[in-house]
Design a protein around this ligand. Structure first.
Ligand code: PPS
Length: 288
C-alpha cells in the first residue's frame, strides 16, 4: 500500500510529495531541452550529489566558485522537482541538470535534442543500504521497517522511482547512441581522475592537469562532507535529521556486506539476475 500522504504515483512510480507537484511534473513534460545541456541521470542513492559537485567545474573551465557558494540543489537542479520551474529557466548555459527519471519519462524535446547524458549506476546492494538509512533520516519518507522488509519493497519496486533494474535497463536506449556515457559510482571511487577524464572527453572539454586535480580534490567524500553547500546541513533537521544518519553517510563500496545475511544475499542476487537476464548489461559487481 502506497502512503498517499507521503507519495504520489507518476506513471506507476512512487515519488515523494514534498519534492514533486503537479506543476513540476507538468514542467518536466514540457521542458525545452537545449543541445548543450548535460544531464546526470541516476537511480536514487547512486551518486547524484557527487555529480552535482563535479559537473559545474568540468563545464566552466575548473572554476569552483559555484560549488563553494551555491547549494547543490540550486547549482545543478533536478529536472523533475518543485524548484525546477524557478531554477532551470534562469540557469546560464551550458546547463548541468540531474534527474532520477527513467528514460521513457524524459520530455519529448530531450529525444529531439543533442543533449548529453552521463548515467551513473551503483551496485544495487549498496544503493539499498544507502536508501535504507536515507529513509530513517528523511522525515518526508515512510519508515523503512526492518532491513529485510525494506529489501522486499526495493525488489518489488515499491520504492522511490520504482525498480532499480527497470531504471538501469531503460537508459540502455540504443537511440541515444553516443549521446550517453555510462559510468559507475565504483569506478569514481576507484579512480576519480580517470573517470573525470572520460567525462571531459565525452563532453568535448579540456582542463589543465592542475585544474583537474583541484576538481578531484574538491569532490572527495571528505571534502564534500565539510562543504555546507553540498552536505545538506542547510536543510533543517525536521526534514533531514542528520543526527539519525548523515546524508553523506559512508561513501564506500561494499557496505552491503555489513547488512546482508547469506540468505538475503542469495535472494537479492537471484531476483536481480533474473530481471537483468537477456539485457547484455554487465557490471563489475555482478559476481560479488
Ligand atoms: S540522492 O538522495 O539520490 O540525491 O542521493 P545520491 O547523492 O545519489 O547518493 C548518496 C550516496 O552517495 C554518496 N556520496 C559519495 N560517495 C563517495 N564520494 C563522494 N564524494 C560522495 N558524495 C556522495 C553518499 O555518501 C551516499 O552514499 P552512502 O552509501 O549512503 O554513504
Amino acid at each position: 500500500m502506497v502512503d498517499n500522504n507521503l507519495y504520489r504515483l507518476y506513471h506507476g512510480l512512487m515519488l515523494p510529495k514534498i519534492a514533486h507537484t503537479d506543476e513540476s511534473l507538468n514542467y518536466l513534460q514540457n521542458f525545452q531541452v537545449k543541445d548543450d545541456d548535460t544531464f546526470a541521470v541516476t537511480y536514487p542513492k547512486s551518486g547524484t550529489t557527487w555529480m552535482q559537485e563535479i559537473l559545474p567545474p568540468l563545464l566552466n573551465g575548473g572554476d569552483l566558485t559555484s560549488v563553494q557558494t551555491i547549494p547543490n540543489w540550486d547549482r545543478v537542479p533536478w529536472l523533475e522537482e518543485t524548484q525546477a520551474p524557478v531554477l532551470l529557466d534562469k540557469l546560464p548555459s551550458p546547463r548541468a541538470i540531474v534527474s532520477h527519471m527513467p528514460c521513457h519519462l524524459m520530455p519529448s524535446s530531450f529525444f529531439n535534442s543533442k543533449a548529453k547524458v552521463i548515467y551513473v549506476a551503483r551496485n544495487p546492494k549498496d544503493v539499498l543500504v544507502s536508501s535504507f538509512y536515507f529513509h530513517k533520516m528523511a522525515n518526508f519518507l515512510e519508515d523503512p521497517g526492518t532491513f529485510e522488509e525494506f529489501t522486499d519493497k526495493f525488489l518489488s519496486g515499491k520504492v522511490l522511482f520504482g525498480k532499480w533494474t527497470d531504471h538501469v535497463k531503460s537508459w540502455r536506449n540504443p537511440e541515444l547512441a553516443d549521446r550517453i556515457l555510462y559510468i559507475t559510482y565504483e569506478e569514481m571511487l576507484q579512480d576519480l581522475r580517470e573517470v573525470l577524464g572520460r567525462i571531459l572527453n565525452f563532453l568535448g572539454r579540456e582542463l589543465s592537469a592542475d585544474a583537474l586535480d583541484r576538481v578531484v580534490n574538491n569532490s572527495t567524500f571528505k571534502n564534500m562532507k565539510t562543504n555546507t553547500m553540498s552536505n545538506y546541513s542547510l536543510v533543517p533537521d525536521v526534514v533531514l535529521d542528520q543526527k539519525k544518519s548523515n546524508f553523506l553517510r559512508k561513501g564506500i563500496a561494499g557496505d552491503w556486506k555489513n547488512h546482508f545475511s547469506p540468505e538475503l544475499n542469495a535472494k537479492f542476487t537471484s531476483v536481480i539476475q533474473e530481471e537483468m537476464k537477456g539485457s547484455n548489461i554487465k557490471f563489475s559487481w555482478d559476481n560479488e
